[in-house]
Design a protein around this ligand. Structure first.
Ligand code: ADP
Ligand code: MG
Length: 396
């Protein structure tokens, strides 16, 4: 059922509790290395400010597991937001309590406040009604723009909207609209490209996509469990022995449903996963017993590129090779470029590593949509209900 949009919620002059996901990567030196998740919420914040709202931001950062961890305080995040927004952001040192209540009481329309890291409270993870009510008491309405946390039943995500009128912010709305389109009304051919390390992480995803797509292209470490299940020797490549049977079942089920599963025909192999180590391309019939498959080869790149150029809907999750080593990123880069160059298709990518590759290549604007979600993106595509979306009021 459609959820209420921020456009259809009366936010004028209201105190708005805005849940965002500013769980951004931070370097050892303490610098924010990727601010995409902050930037993507600016339209919602600006809209609220134009409507003379008081914006009270709630986010988590890292996994403090219910206690105060100094390095996970939000000062730097608030500073970054302030720079991007071009106005002061008042960062508070607690999540709830008298100081917060007082700061909120004195806030004026157009003020931006940020509560301390909500995961400093263990009740964020318990679905505590008490914490939900305390947070709700700070505001008149609740807006959720934290798509990347939508798969978590956390108190500030799923609990607070039980006690306030709620709506989806522009980012959450856009993420959900795109995923809804690909899962319910994708233009054909619909091609999914899946990579990454493990089959076990992505079984639910593959099974659900089998029912919707025309073809699933599988690269990355995941491909070797499938290749082994088909009887190929894969040397020391990553294989999940416990999942050979599942891989077999998936291949059978694909056949029965008429969905093509396209696997690599050649791979890059090396004796050791290490920068500068010798490596070469072999056909999959010829993977040496003492070598590891670390990337897709040129013939596979060509075949995958051909598939993507014909598609009208493309979703991509997971690198095609061991992207931590520059030499083994060729397949992933080639695929990213191939997908980005298809301007006829709805091109959607998601996943932490996947999004960072796209950013590193400067291709973010060449995709129709790069999700801010990893787990939430995958769970939506697995066909699961996300608590963070469920909790938002329905559209009238
Ligand atoms: P995302 O974060 O985009 O969802 P994943 O976390 O599923 O992607 O996968 C990323 C990981 O997959 C990387 O750490 C990469 O090294 C690993 N990977 C890709 N190909 C291989 C391979 N052939 N062997 C081992 N690991 C691989
Ligand atoms: Mg990852």
């Amino acid at each position: 059922m459609a959820k209420r949009s921020i456009r259809d919620l009366d936010v004028h002059n209201k105190k708005v509790l805005l849940r965002v996901d500013y769980n951004v990567p931070i370097s050892k030196e303490g610098a924010i290395t990727d601010d995409k998740r902050i930037i993507e919420t600016l339209p919602t914040i600006r809209y609220l400010l134009e409507n003379d709202a008081v914006v009270i931001l709630v986010t988590h950062l890292g996994r403090p597991e219910g206690k105060v961890v100094e390095s996970l305080r939000l000062d730097r995040v608030a500073q970054k937001l302030s720079t991007l927004l071009g106005k002061p952001v008042r960062k508070l040192d607690s999540v709830i309590g008298p100081d917060v209540t007082e700061a909120v009481a004195h806030a004026k329309p157009g003020d931006v406040l940020m509560l301390e890291n909500v995961r400093f409270l263990k009740d964020e993870k318990t679905g505590s009604e008490e914490l939900a009510k305390s947070l709700a008491a700070l505001a008149d309405v609740y807006v959720d723009d934290a798509f990347a946390t939508a798969h978590r039943p956390d108190t500030s995500v799923a609990g607070v909207p039980q006690f306030l009128p709620s709506a989806a912010g522009f980012l959450l709305e856009r993420e959900v609209r795109v995923l809804e389109t690909v899962t319910t009304s994708a233009k054909r051919p619909f091609v999914a490209i899946l990579g990454g390390a493990k089959v076990s992480d992505k079984i639910g995803l593959i099974k659900n996509l089998l029912t919707k797509t025309d073809a699933i292209l599988i690269g990355g470490g995941m491909a070797f469990t499938f290749l082994k299940a088909m009887g190929y020797g894969v040397g020391f490549s990553l294989v999940e022995e416990d999942y050979l049977k599942v891989a077999d079942e998936i291949l059978e089920s694909a056949k029965a449903q008429g969905t093509r599963i396209v696997l690599p025909v050649d791979v890059v192999v090396t004796a050791e996963i290490k920068a500068g180590n010798p490596h070469r391309t072999v056909d999959i019939e010829e993977i040496p017993a003492d070598q590891i498959g670390v990337d897709i080869g040129p013939r596979t790149i060509e075949a995958f590129t051909h598939e993507t150029s014909n598609a009208r809907t493309i979703i991509w999750n997971g690198p095609m090779g061991v992207i931590e080593i520059p030499e083994f990123t060729e397949g992933t880069k080639a695929l990213a470029r191939a997908i980005a160059s298809n301007k006829e298709a709805l091109t959607v990518a998601g996943g932490g590593e996947t999004a960072s590759v796209i950013d590193a290549l400067g291709l973010q604007d060449d995709f129709k949509h790069v999700s801010t979600g990893g787990g939430a993106f995958l769970e939506y595509l697995e066909g699961k209900q996300l608590p963070g979306i469920e909790a938002i009021d329905s559209a009238d």
